[in-house]
Structures are given as C-alpha cells and as structure tokens.
Write a protein that binds this ligand. Structure first.
Ligand SMILES: Nc1ncnc2c1ncn2[C@@H]1O[C@H](COP(=O)(O)OP(=O)(O)O)[C@@H](O)[C@H]1O
Ligand SMILES: [Mg+2]
Length: 319
C-alpha cells in the first residue's frame, strides 16, 4: 500500500461523477436530482441532516440501489453498465461496517480477505491493523470494542481491498471525542496515501475539520457544493474575545477595516473576520494598543447558521 507515491496513486478520472440521480420511495423522492463530482485526492464531506438522502445516495454510488433516473460513474465506469467491475478499487460501508461481533478483529479481516481476494497474506492484515492502530487489540472480540474501534476496524476491512476510493457513511456516528480526533488523523493519513475519500455526516464540525470539499444535501437536493475554505469564508468567522480592558479592545476592533460586526455588551466582546490575515492583524493591533488578551474563542455557530439558511433545517454541531 505504501509502495507508490501519493501522486502516482492518484487516478486521472473523477472517482465519482453523479448526474441527475433520483430515487423515489412510494413516489416520494428520497434523492431528487443529485449532481456531485469528487475529484482525485478529495476528502469530500457529504453533509446533511438525518433523512436528507445521504445513505440513499451512497447506496446508488455503490450500486446497491438502482436510481430511478440519472447516472453515476466511478473512475469513469458506470455500475449500471459495467456491473461489479465498476467497483474495482472502491470500498466502503453503508450506515455501519458489517462485522462479526463474536470474532476478533483479525479474524474479521481474515474472513473478508479470504472472501475478497482468495486470501491475503497475514502481512497485509498486520499492515491494515497497524494503520488503524488496532494491532494490539486485533486478538480481542469485536463485541468488546468501543464504537470508535468498530468504525476503525470497518475502515481496516475496506483497506484490505486496497481501495483508491473510500465511501464512508457516517463514520463518526457514536464515536467519542477522542475517537473523533483519531478518525480525523486516520482519514488525513489515508488521503496522504493517495486514497480519495467521501464521507457522509450530519455533524457539521466533523466535516468542517477534515474535509477539503463539501456538498450539503437537504430533502434530497444539493443546496451547496464547493470548497470547505470558501464555505467557511462565506459563513465568516466569529470570535469572542476576553480581555482586561474590554472597552479599549472594542475600540481597536472597530478601528480595523478587516474586522466587522463588532458587538460588545455586558463585558462580552465578539466580532467577525474573513480570514486568518484579518485575525492576525487584529491580534497585532490589540498587542500594539496594550490590550491584555485573556482568551480568543472561535464561535462555530456561523457555519451552522449558514447551513440553516441554505436548508431551512437544523444541523447538529456536535454529537
Ligand atoms: N428502503 C426505503 N424505503 C422507504 N423509504 C426509504 C428507504 N430508504 C430511505 N428512505 C427514505 O428516504 C429518505 C432519505 O433517507 P436516507 O437516505 O437514509 O437519509 P440520510 O442517510 O441522509 O439520513 C428518508 O425520508 C427515508 O425515510
Ligand atoms: Mg444515513
């Protein structure tokens, strides 16, 4: 898996190209004309509240559900025409990884490897266990694993197939904060290895921290598609400042053109900046003005608010 450089492993065709995907259940569209393109090397976030159509879309990507209209190509191949061949180099799980709880982690991977490729060497299994940091726990039954460990074993079971594209449906579900941090690092490492990743989530913070691109889905329709940076910029970034002299801090904030929407009352000061440069300029100005900064706290609700404006639906910020 580590033989090729990231560049060499990156494919040329789009890992996912979905056009006009529609799926109806009893005449009600669960997915209603989804266009979505995932480029090589993306860590692509597919964000939306529960019931928005994420799982149904992923099912269509994996050829598990036949679209009522539209098409999806993975690396240029269409599941409807190329059958199972279209899934070459693609691995993932829907809703949650299928694991045998009464077997240990290593046995789960052995079973899968045997089924998938007529048996892979133990070295490959060691390697994927190592990658998801379960090597020490490989001998323990899956029923004794935490949710985070199960999700990691699920990812390991995908890696056994040496994928170029990973499709993960809500991999952060039920995972505790330490597990989430670990999951982010793991996805970053897999991306560095040249694997393109699409993950769905109903958790804004989760997608925000790990993804390079994002599509937001609401009631079966894509309401936003673009770079995570652009989205964050569109939402703007709000911070709360705690300082020894809050009035002086507020004056400094108001004096800078890169800082806007300054609000201060009851000793609380908050403001908005567009980017890191704006924030750095402000901190420098505060230091110049000898304002003692006690804390500078990012407020995450701006992106949440933007999501609400786009979808008319609330989205969870944290689990
Ligand atoms: N097999 C099914 N039969 C009937 N309705 C379904 C089925 N699968 C999904 N739905 C409906 O489609 C909509 C989208 O569901 P889903 O794709 O699971 O959303 P998400 O994964 O974003 O929570 C929901 O209203 C859900 O009830
Ligand atoms: Mg779902």
């Amino acid at each position: 898996m580590k033989v090729l450089s990231r560049q060499a492993r990156l494919p040329h065709e789009a890992p996912i190209e979905a056009r006009g995907l529609v799926k109806r259940y009893r005449d009600v569209p669960a997915v209603d004309g989804v266009d979505l393109t995932v480029q090589p090397g993306d860590i692509y976030g597919f964000l939306g509240p529960n019931g928005a159509g994420k799982t149904t879309t992923l099912r269509m990507f994996l050829g598990l559900v036949r679209p009522d209209a539209g098409s999806v190509r993975l690396f240029g191949r269409e599941a409807a025409k190329d059958g199972i061949g279209a899934l070459q180099g693609v691995a993932g799980f829907i809703e949650e990884p299928r694991l045998y709880p009464y077997l240990n982690g290593r046995e789960n991977l052995q079973l899968l490897a045997a089924f998938d490729r007529g048996g892979q060497g133990e070295a490959a299994i060691d390697e994927v266990l190592e990658m998801v940091e379960l090597r020490d726990r490989g001998g323990d039954r899956v029923s004794e694993y935490s949710q985070g460990m199960r999700q990691r074993l699920g990812i390991a079971s995908c890696l056994v197939r040496q994928p170029r594209l990973l499709l993960l449906d809500e991999p952060a579900n039920g995972v505790d904060p330490a597990g989430l941090r670990y999951m982010r690092e793991l996805l970053g490492r897999l991306s560095d290895e040249g694997i393109t990743i699409l993950l769905s989530s109903h958790l804004l913070a989760e997608v925000q921290q790990v993804c390079t691109r994002v599509a937001m889905i609401s009631r079966g329709r894509i309401v936003y598609e673009g770079g995570m940076d652009e989205l964050t910029r569109a939402a703007g970034r709000r911070y709360r400042l705690e300082a020894a002299d809050i009035d002086r801090a507020a004056r400094v904030c108001r004096s800078l053109p890169t800082v806007d929407d300054v609000r201060s009352d009851h000793g609380e000061l908050s403001f908005r900046v567009d980017d890191d440069d704006g924030l750095e300029a402000l901190v420098a100005a505060l230091v110049d003005a000898r304002v003692g900064i006690r804390a500078l706290i990012p407020e995450t609700d701006s992106l949440e608010r933007l999501f609400f404006e786009l979808t008319d639906e609330p989205v969870a910020v944290t689990a």
